[in-house]
Design a protein around this ligand. Sequence first.
Ligand code: NAD
Length: 429
Amino acid sequence: MEPAVISDYKEPAPLAKEDPLTSMMRRFDVAAHLLNLEPGVYEYLKTPVKQIVVSVPIAMDNGEIKVFEGYRVIHNDILGPSKGGIRYAPDVTLDEMKALAAWMTWKCAVMNIPFGGAKGGVRCDPSKLTPLQLEKITRRYTANLLEILGPERDVPAPDMNTNEQIMAWIMDTYSMHMKRTETAVVTGKPLILGGSLGRKEATGRGCMIVTLAAMERLGMKPKDTTVVVQGFGNVGAVAARLLWEQGCKVIGISDISGGYHNKKGIDLDKAAEWTARNRTLAGFPGGEPVTNEQLLELACDVLVPAAKEDQITRTNAGKINAKIICEGANGPTSAMADPILQERGILVIPDILANAGGVTVSYFEWVQDRVGYFWSLERVNRRLEKMMKSAFTAVYETANRYDVSLRIGAYILAIDKVAATLKLRGIYG
Ligand code: NAD
């Protein structure tokens, strides 16, 4: 990556590659330039404060030892303890962790949450591991990170292929070593172990709230709005359902097996029943089958990419046929696609705002664990709505003030906040 010197900033050349870290840095550079960030502060904010690579050996069922590689990147902890998910996947890399950790810093800053940003993962294929092997990996990974983790230091959460059970094992392993139960060391836990009501649906709910806020700005009414959602997991299925409950017509849904299109609207109750029974959308009778590539190009008012990174790139950005894109996933749009979408007048609600409902209710969970008093679902949802709406307004106004996209507006807001905190705290050493 080019070491950008802010004072010598030039219009960036096209990127040779499209990946999350390159995309994150490109947007960071644009926002840093508009903020006239001092080169020293720029250097500080682009560099993760800690990058940890650990070896995670476990004994397999036949006694054979297998060694996995685990990562935890703390991008920044100037606003508070670092916060970010843990991902189990065969293609996890340190670079991916760096991008995702930085996004967490910006996301928490946009939301006004007193957390820094982190991300972790283990390179493994969970579909090929037994529950016992997953438990061993989780406990050894946690034990290797004991000096890093802690309610006041670094607080993980679920991400792709990790769930409530894995969070419970992390909490238990940490607590065993601390000789006391420490629920606030991790969020996204089962309710009975100090989880929060509303956490599971929070990311999809946040997507719905900011989509409605964007629609209001564009004078769009839910009953006249068509929606296409890519990904039918924790984020996509909830976002689709809640937008549907608001009166929108959901005309396309998909998961990794493929998509379904129905101009008359898809019944989300039926789709949920189908996936509950079959664990996949494959064979869903409620629409015409389409590929995931076709799904993204369907004519609609709102497109919610809620599956994975780099789905909208320079290759297909010119064919996206939506008025609003609400980024449920992290990094679904590459930096090279940004100007194409902007040119075409498509309003993109960026990931660091659109999917921040999850970390917001994780913050509520951490607060409830530390106080030892648990809130009603109604209180969780009301506070989530208030925070999402005010973050949307702040991003919208910043974007208008600088005459940039909502994405760059969100980066400006976040970087400015972290840089101002750094100035006040100063550099120790
Ligand atoms: P999930 O595993 O519950 O669901 C992912 C969905 O995407 C599944 O339906 C899967 O079949 C589908 N999918 C996977 N690969 C696909 C492909 N190539 N094409 C189409 N569909 C595909 O995961 P999730 O928790 O819903 O997370 C989805 C995205 O949202 C990720 O980028 C994640 O980092 C981000 N995110 C999640 C949360 C959260 O609270 N869960 C919070 C913020 C951001």
